[in-house]
Ligand binder design. Structure first.
Ligand SMILES: Cc1ncc(COP(=O)(O)O)c(C=O)c1O
Length: 362
């Protein structure tokens, strides 16, 4: 008999969190590390949000259990925010507040998937998606994209990957790790393809406000209203409001899905910390993914600091030890040869980090 179950023993540690932990440990040891690894803003949560949390700490009503699905006022605020930012109509009954967007991902796949159900996952993908799908008994079906296609999946690719077991498509735009944003016509075409073939769309909209250079976020749920009954929206406060440590996210789905996920959560974590929910309530205003995903093709095969760079994993290790710059290797996202750089850093660190990288690689 295994000491660790096969189901859990097969899960790899989150590569993004591992790189971040290594960079933070080097920093704590006094090394001057510049971290492009963690997917989080490096500034504090805005003071008015922290103040709301302090007030919530002092209110005894927050010292007790509250509804599993989230504080009613927060769920209402999420419904209003979703209409305002994505144009999507929903009510509190469609919303489940979760411990970060990550739990929303897990709850969604656990709620939707039966053993053997396939989920189309365009690669490069955020490292947690395949693990969450597998844990729920599903089968992630990777669809490769690359820099030539702007890291965007095409309808032909989706159609080629579709089988009778295809239950859902995981869609994320703006994307982690690539930063790619699908234009509105492509979002609509993908949504329509999904409706036509009865494929659910799980759309991760956590980077909705972080677009640049005229690229705009389009919610597939709004672009294709017929998708409403077979679509789950994932979102949260972590990225937009510099609140990664507060752990507040949510999922929005048809009421049967939201109710079933609520039932799951009632045996799993109960309500999200009330103080963190009060902080989330204070922040639901828009701002703007903060990743770039360069190719390191030109560096492969070179020798740097006595090591042959034969993968982006080796490169990330060498860059961290030699230049004290942390980034997450593309292997973690199903894209060897690339690296993910989070640029939610101050300008000085951004400049210094890139200078160090350029010096080491030039
Ligand atoms: C694409 C994507 N979705 C969801 C999340 C979850 O964020 P959190 O659990 O911190 O709310 C992340 C975090 O890195 C992410 O990159």
């Amino acid at each position: 008999m295994n000491r660790i179950s096969r189901r859990i023993g097969g899960i790899a540690e989150s590569a993004t969190l591992a790189v971040d932990a290594k960079a933070k440990a080097l920093k704590a040891a006094g090394e001057d590390v510049i971290g492009f690894g963690a997917g989080e803003p490096d500034f504090p949560t805005p003071p008015h949000i922290v103040d709301a949390a302090i007030a919530a700490c002092r209110d005894p009503k927050n010292h007790h259990y509250t509804p599993v699905g989230g504080l009613p006022e927060l769920r209402s605020a999420i419904a209003v925010k979703t209409k305002r930012d994505s144009g999507f109509d929903c009510t509190a009954a469609n919303i489940l507040v979760t411990n970060g967007g990550k739990q929303a991902v897990y709850n969604t796949f656990a709620t939707l998937l039966d053993p053997g159900d396939e989920v189309l996952v365009p690669a490069p993908y955020w490292t947690t998606y395949p693990e969450a799908i597998v844990l729920a008994g599903g089968v992630p079906v990777e669809i490769a994209t690359d820099v030539r296609s702007g890291f965007r999946v095409s309808l032909d690719q989706l159609e080629a990957a579709r089988t009778p077991r295809t239950k859902a498509l995981l869609f994320v735009s703006p994307s982690n790790p690539t930063g790619a944003v699908y234009p509105p016509d492509e979002v609509e075409a993908i949504g329509q393809w999904a409706v036509e073939h009865g494929v659910w769309v799980v759309t991760d909209e956590i980077y909705e406000h972080l677009t640049f250079d005229g690229h705009e976020f389009t919610s597939v749920a709004t672009a294709v209203p017929d998708l409403a009954d077979t679509c789950v929206i994932l979102n949260g406060v972590a990225k937009t409001y510099a609140m990664t440590g507060w752990r507040v996210g949510w999922m929005i789905g048809p009421t049967d899905v939201a109710t079933a996920a609520n039932n799951l959560q009632s045996h799993q974590t109960s309500n999200v910390c009330n103080v963190a929910q009060a902080a989330a309530l204070a922040c639901l205003e828009p701002q703007g993914a903060f990743y770039c995903f360069p190719s390191f093709e030109g560096v492969m095969g070179r020798t740097i600091a006595g090591r042959t760079i034969d993968s982006s994993m080796v490169l990330a290790d060498v860059v961290l030890s030699e230049a004290k710059v942390a980034f997450v290797p593309g292997e973690a996202f199903g894209a060897p040869g690339y690296g993910r750089f989070s640029f939610a850093l101050g300008d000085d660190d951004l400049g210094e980090g890139l200078t160090r990288l350029a010096t080491l690689l030039s």
